[in-house]
Design a protein around this ligand. Structure first.
Ligand code: 3H9
Length: 697
C-alpha cells in the first residue's frame, strides 16, 4: 500500500504531501506519516523551510470520523500538532478545497498559510457535537481575536477566501500549481529571513471586559442552541484563552473535547453525518447505473408547492416550464417567483444581474403541448387520485420518450398513478417538503415498475439541487407522513385527555423539535386536514375523535390557524407568535366532556412517550416491510423533513438510546390502556428480545 504521507526534497525545501482519498482525513497512518516526515525534515540540516500540501480534491478535511469511538492509536492528533509546533524551521502550508476541523488545526499550527481562490476553512466540529480538539479553540482566538473565534467555532461555518484574507487566517492567495506556489513562498521566506510565526505564543486580542463579553455570548447561545452541549463546550474552551497560558488552555480544551466525545449528543450527530451520506446508496442498484441528462424540467401546478419546487431547479441553473391551467394563478405564481428573487437581492444574497438570470429560467405556460421537449415533469396539483391520474394520462400523450414523469404526492399510491400511463417504468415519486426550496429532504418514491435508471437519475438530481434524497417504497404516506399519523393522533388524544396546546408544544420544543405539533397544525392550516377528513367520511371511512374532534370544531368556528389569526392559538396581525386562548381551552374541555373523556393532569414525560413512541413503532414496521432501506434513512427523513432534533439522531437512533426493551415495555402498557393502536411492531419486539439496536443493523 502506498504511504499516505510522503516527503521529497527540492534544494533546501522539504515538501510533505498528504494523499489519503477521498478527503485526506487524519487517519492513524496519516498522523504517523506526518510525525515521521516532519521529524526527518526538521533533523535534515540541508532543509531551511518545509511546505505541506495535499493531493486530490481537498486539503485535510479533519480527523477521521470513522475512528471515533474506537481505541485511540498513537500518535493522537494533539500529539502530532504539538510536534509540528515545536519545529524550528518555517512551515508553509498550501490549501486547496476545504481545510476543516483537524485539517484547519494543522494549518493553524503551520507558520504561513496560502490558499487557492476556491478554498474554504472552518472548524465544523460543533456539527458533530464536538469542539475542535487539537488546539483550534486556543490558536484561532490568538490569530483572529476572541469575538471572531467565537463566531466561527460556535457556528462551525466555513470561511471563504475574501473573509479568510480579511481576518488574516490566510496570508496570500495563489494561482496555478500548488507545489510551485508553496516552494516560491518558502524561498521568499528564506531570502527575506521572515520569522517563524507560532500562533501558540501569540497574545490574544480580547474585547473590552472580555469575561462579561463571554458571559453575554453564553447567555445568547444558551437560547439560540437550546439543549445543545457542544456550543457551550466551545465557549468554555475559548474562554480559557482569556486568562490561561496556552498549555493550560489546551488542557481545558482536551477535557471539554473528551466529555463531548463521550456524549450521546455527539454520537447522535456523528450518526447523522454518516446517515445522510449513506442514504444515497441504494442496496439493489448497481452504482454504475447510467443517469439521464436533465436539461429542462416542467412543473405542473403553480401553487405554493409548485413554485417552491420550480425554484430548486432555477437555483441550480436548470430551466423550468411552469404549467398551470388557470391564467390568474399562473400570473400570481410567476409574480411570487420574481418577488422571491427581488428579496434575495435585497438581502444581499444575489446580485441584481444573477437574480435576473435565474428568474428568467422559469417560464409559464397554459398548454400541455409545450411540454414536448422536457426531460422531467413534476406534478404538484391537488392531492386527489382522480386529478393526478388525469394529469399523468395527459403527460403520457405529450411528453417525449425517455422523459421522467414524477409526482409530488405526499400520500397517494405511485403505482396507481403510473397505471394511468403507458410507461409506468418512467414514473416515480418526488416528494418535496414545504417550503420546497428550503427543506433539505426529498423522498424519492420507487414504484413497482420504476426503472433503475429513473431511480438513479432522481437520486443524482436530488444532490444536484442540494437536497438529501431518501428512497421510500410505496405505502400510504411513504416514510415520513406515514409515521406522522401516530404523532398527530396522539397530540389530539392528549388534548382530549387534558394537556393544553401550549404544554404539548413546549414539551416537544424542549425535546428539540423545531416546532410543536399544535403550532405546526396552525401553521399548515386546519382546513387542510378538515377537507381530507370530510372526504374520508364521504367514502364511509372511520375518522377517530383523536384525529378530528377538536380540529373540526375549530374549523367550523372559522378558526383555520395562523392564516385566519386564530386556530388552536390566537395570533396578532403580522405575527407568527402563538398566544394561548382561553376560549379554545374551554372548547376543548367541553368537547372532551361531550365525548366522555376525563381530563387529567398529564406529565411532560408522558407527552414525550405518547408522541415519540408511535414514530418509533411505525418506523420499525416500515423497516420490516422494507419501505425504508435502513433505520438511518428513517432518521434522515425525520431530521431533514420534520425538524426532529439532530442531536437525538432521529427517532430510530433515539429509540436505541432509550433501549428497545424499555420502549417495548411502555408500548405494552399503552396497549393495555388504549388498545391495539399501540400494538408493538413485530420487528421491534424481536429486536428488543434479542437485545439489538436499530442503528446497528
Ligand atoms: C475533527 O477534526 C476533530 C478534531 O478537531 C480533533 C481530533 C482530536 N472522516 O461529504 P462527502 C467521507 S472532527 C472520515 O460525500 P463532499 C464521507 O463519509 C472532523 N470520513 O464529499 C464520504 O464517504 P462515502 C471535522 C470522511 O465532497 C466521503 O468522505 N471535519 C470525513 O460532498 C466523501 O464525503 C468535518 O466535520 C472525515 N472527516 O464534501 C468535515 N469527511 O463516500 C466533514 C468526509 O463512503 N466532511 N468523509 O460516503 C465534510 O464536511 C465533507 O465531507 C467535505 C467534502 C466538505 C470535506
Amino acid at each position: 500500500m502506498n504511504e499516505p504521507v510522503t516527503l521529497t526534497i527540492s534544494g533546501s525545501i522539504a515538501i510533505i504531501n498528504v494523499n489519503n482519498p477521498p478527503v485526506n482525513a487524519l487517519s492513524h497512518s496519516v498522523r504517523r506519516g506526518l510525525v515521521e516526515c516532519f521529524a526527518k525534515a526538521s533533523q535534515d540540516n540541508r532543509i531551511e523551510a518545509i511546505v505541506l500540501y495535499c493531493s486530490g480534491r481537498t486539503y485535510i478535511a479533519g480527523a477521521d470520523i470513522t475512528e471515533f469511538g474506537k481505541p485511540m492509536k498513537q500518535p493522537s492528533l494533539p500529539q502530532v500538532i504539538s510536534i509540528v509546533d515545536s519545529i524550528e524551521k518555517p512551515i508553509i502550508t498550501a490549501i486547496h478545497g476545504t481545510a476543516l476541523g483537524g485539517g484547519c488545526e494543522v494549518a493553524l499550527t503551520c507558520h504561513y498559510r496560502i490558499a487557492d481562490k476556491n478554498a474554504r476553512l472552518g472548524l465544523p466540529e460543533v456539527h458533530l457535537g464536538l469542539l475542535p480538539g487539537a488546539g483550534g479553540t486556543q490558536r484561532l482566538p490568538r490569530l483572529v481575536g476572541i469575538e471572531k473565534a467565537l463566531d466561527l467555532i460556535v457556528s462551525g461555518r466555513k470561511v471563504k477566501l475574501p473573509e479568510a484574507l480579511a481576518i488574516k487566517l490566510i496570508d496570500r492567495v495563489f494561482e496555478g500549481d500548488i507545489v510551485k506556489a508553496g516552494i516560491d513562498f518558502a524561498n521568499e521566506i528564506i531570502s527575506k529571513k521572515l520569522p517563524i510565526r507560532r500562533i501558540s505564543t501569540a497574545a490574544v486580542e480580547q474585547p473590552e471586559a472580555a469575561m462579561e463579553y463571554i458571559e453575554q455570548y453564553r447567555r445568547i447561545s444558551t437560547k439560540k442552541h437550546r439543549g445543545l452541549e457542544a456550543p457551550m463546550a466551545c465557549i468554555s474552551a475559548i474562554e480559557a484563552t482569556i486568562n490561561l497560558p496556552f498549555n493550560e488552555g489546551m488542557r481545558v480544551e482536551r477535557k471539554q473535547f473528551l466529555q463531548c466525545m463521550e456524549s450521546t449528543q455527539s454520537a447522535a450527530q456523528q450518526h447523522m453525518f454518516f446517515a445522510q451520506r449513506q442514504a444515497a446508496n441504494i442496496n439493489d442498484l448497481d452504482k454504475a447505473t447510467p443517469v439521464r441528462a436533465i436539461n429542462k424540467v416542467a412543473i405542473i401546478g403553480a401553487g405554493t408547492m409548485g413554485i417552491g419546487i420550480a425554484l430548486n431547479f432555477s437555483n441550480a441553473n436548470i430551466p423550468v416550464m411552469l404549467l398551470e391551467l388557470n391564467e390568474e394563478i399562473l400570473t400570481n405564481g410567476l409574480d411570487s417567483i420574481s418577488q422571491y428573487y427581488q428579496t434575495q437581492v435585497a438581502k444581499g444574497r444575489l446580485s441584481e444581474q444573477k437574480a435576473k438570470q435565474l428568474c428568467s429560467l422559469i417560464t409559464g405556460t397554459l398548454s400541455y403541448n409545450e411540454l414536448n421537449d422536457v426531460d422531467l415533469v413534476i406534478e404538484a396539483v391537488f392531492e386527489s387520485m382522480n386529478v393526478k391520474q388525469q394529469v399523468f394520462s395527459q403527460l403520457d400523450q405529450v411528453c417525449k420518450q425517455g422523459c421522467i414523469l414524477a409526482s409530488n404526492t405526499s400520500t397517494l399510491d405511485i403505482d396507481e398513478i403510473a397505471a394511468a400511463t403507458k410507461r409506468p417504468q418512467e414514473v416515480i415519486g418526488l416528494h418535496f417538503f414545504s417550503p420546497a426550496h428550503v427543506m433539505k429532504l426529498l423522498e424519492v418514491v420507487r414504484g413497482d415498475k420504476t426503472a433503475n435508471d429513473v431511480l438513479a437519475t432522481a437520486m443524482s438530481l436530488a444532490s444536484e439541487i442540494n437536497k438529501i434524497g431518501v428512497v421510500s417504497g410505496v405505502c400510504d404516506g411513504f416514510i415520513g407522513n406515514r409515521m406522522l399519523k401516530g404523532y398527530g393522533r396522539e397530540a389530539g388524544a392528549l388534548l382530549l385527555e387534558g394537556a393544553k396546546p401550549e404544554q404539548i408544544d413546549r414539551v416537544m420544543v424542549d425535546f428539540g423539535m423545531a416546532m410543536g405539533p399544535i403550532t405546526m397544525s396552525d401553521l399548515a392550516g386546519l382546513d387542510v386536514g378538515y377537507r381530507v377528513r370530510q372526504e374520508r367520511r364521504k367514502r364511509g371511512e372511520f375518522v377517530s375523535n383523536y384525529d378530528g374532534a377538536i380540529s373540526d370544531r375549530l374549523v367550523e368556528d372559522g378558526r383555520l390557524g395562523q392564516k385566519s389569526l386564530k386556530g388552536y392559538y390566537r395570533y396578532q396581525e403580522n405575527s407568527r407568535t402563538p398566544l394561548p386562548d382561553d376560549h379554545v381551552h374551554k372548547l376543548i374541555n367541553q368537547i372532551a366532556t361531550e365525548l366522555g373523556y376525563e381530563q387529567r393532569v398529564i406529565s411532560d414525560e408522558e407527552i414525550v412517550k405518547r408522541l415519540i413512541y408511535p414514530l418509533i413503532n411505525e418506523g420499525a414496521q416500515i423497516l420490516d416491510e422494507a419501505i425504508a432501506q435502513r433505520a438511518s434513512d428513517i432518521n434522515t427523513v425525520w431530521v431533514f423533513g420534520y425538524g426532529f432534533p439532530v442531536h437525538k439522531g432521529g427517532p430510530m437512533f433515539y429509540a436505541d438510546t432509550i433501549g428497545l426493551e424499555n420502549i417495548l415495555h411502555d408500548l405494552k402498557q399503552l396497549q393495555i390502556k388504549y388498545g391495539d393502536i399501540w400494538q408493538p411492531a413485530p420487528l421491534l419486539q424481536k429486536m428488543a428480545l434479542e437485545g439489538k439496536k436499530f442503528c446497528d443493523l
